[in-house]
Design a protein around this ligand. Structure first.
Ligand SMILES: [Zn+2]
Length: 402
């Protein structure tokens, strides 16, 4: 166990909000107790990123980040086991300990993926204690509660007090899929607590913005008052489908609702089976490659067909190289085969690195009240990409071989 003082947020201040049009975003300045500070929007490092890096020794660089969000899957059968407080609680505690050690130089908090629990039942105390017992965690997650707005407020007060005594932050969860009055009351409560510094981060469980327009509208209304990082958990890993080979990158749209950070759901635990090796780039099974230039995710095995220098990334994985060169560096084995799992891992690391780089320009555009212009630039680039001749080719010949 590393003996490190966890990074605790000291103060969150709203820095800029883009109020110019219906397309918007905000930046926060987050001061950490050890004297560090960072601005949002932020790309948190998640467990998947740590795993991908650990599995790929060819990438020796760091995973940059100020914030780590550690999702724990406690759903279905695992939730039943968890309720019985058997070895499952210890397992999750061990997992959190492992990944909070890896992320101890960042503000690191868990995000518990479970259905609402009753704050008066022993399971609530087990959940609180399990997290307080992890020394390198900056904060604990207060999961969704089966409680009225008033009882929620009382429980939150208690969880904050307990966390405080252990030198940790309390990150309450709320869900946009709750009914509008309940969501509003809980959000009001959290907003007031954010002004005193009692809450400096909130975990908003994702729901489709098209379905929960009012709830997202309320979040945006609080943009200048809510002095806490609004993290959206369980957000989809893929955005809207643009064409056969392309989906929008999901993060970009969420920024417009005043979301400061986002993470995808964690899948149920299962043994890791490496994918079978292949020999051609076009045969690498479904892996997606984030392209920040067009704010999209492109099915990776089609990049070979569109390599033409018009899609380049300067992140430490890509360094301006073509997809085929990246395959050679990170996943071509000595026997000539391509390690498919390595390519998937590398695509995750590239997504983290390239999106982290993209956040600089995003913050500038928010400051300049020009998120609308930023968004238009991405959509124009995407349309140009789709209509490009080479992309037309791969529609006809998805498995071009060299
Ligand atoms: Zn890259």
């Amino acid at each position: 166990m590393l003996m490190v003082n966890p990074r605790i947020i000291a103060k969150v201040k709203v820095k800029d909000t883009d109020e110019s049009t219906g397309i918007r975003g905000r930046t926060l300045n987050v001061q950490v107790r050890n004297g560090q500070s960072f601005d949002t929007p932020s790309k948190p490092v998640v467990i998947k990123d740590f795993k991908a890096k650990a599995r790929n020794p060819h990438y020796r660089g760091k995973l940059p980040g100020d914030l780590a969000v550690l999702p724990e899957y406690i759903e279905g059968r695992i939730f039943e086991e968890y309720l019985h407080e058997n070895g499952r609680v210890n397992k999750i505690h061990r997992d959190l300990s492992q990944y909070s050690d890896s992320s101890s130089f960042m503000v690191n908090v868990p995000s518990l993926q479970m259905k609402p629990i009753n704050p008066g039942k022993s399971i609530a105390m087990v959940t609180l204690k399990m997290q307080l017992d992890v020394p390198t965690l900056s904060g604990i997650c207060m999961p969704l509660l089966e409680a009225s707005a008033a009882d929620y407020g009382k429980a939150l007060e208690y969880w904050i007090k307990m966390s405080d005594e252990c030198g940790k932050m309390c990150v309450p969860q709320i869900s946009v899929s709750e009914d509008v009055p309940t969501f509003e009351a809980k959000l009001d409560n959290i907003t007031e607590l954010s002004k005193t510094g009692a809450v400096s981060m909130v975990d908003v469980v994702y729901g489709d913005p098209r379905k929960f327009r009012h709830q997202y509208g309320m979040l945006w209304e609080k943009r200048n008052e809510l002095e806490a990082i609004v993290h959206c958990s369980k957000a989809p890993a893929k955005g809207d489908r643009v064409c056969d080979y392309m989906n929008t990158h999901p993060v970009y749209d969420m920024l417009l609702y005043g979301i400061d950070s986002m993470s995808a759901p964690r899948s149920p635990p299962r043994p890791f089976f490496p994918k079978k090796d292949c020999t051609e780039v076009a045969d690498i099974e479904k892996y997606e490659w984030a392209d920040q230039g067009t704010a999209s995710m492109i099915l990776g095995n089609h990049w070979e067909s569109v390599d033409g220098g018009h899609l380049t990334c300067s992140c430490p994985i890509c360094r301006g190289r073509s997809q085929s060169e990246i395959v050679e560096t990170y996943s071509r084995k000595t026997d000539g085969c391509i390690d498919q799992s390595a390519m998937k891992d590398v695509s995750l690391i590239h997504d983290h690195l390239s999106f982290t780089e993209e956040l600089g320009p995003i913050r500038k555009r928010i400051k300049g009240h020009d998120m609308a212009g930023y968004r238009k630039g991405k959509i124009d680039a995407r349309n140009k990409f789709i209509s490009s001749a080479s992309f037309g080719d791969i529609r006809q010949f998805p498995k071009r071989r060299s």
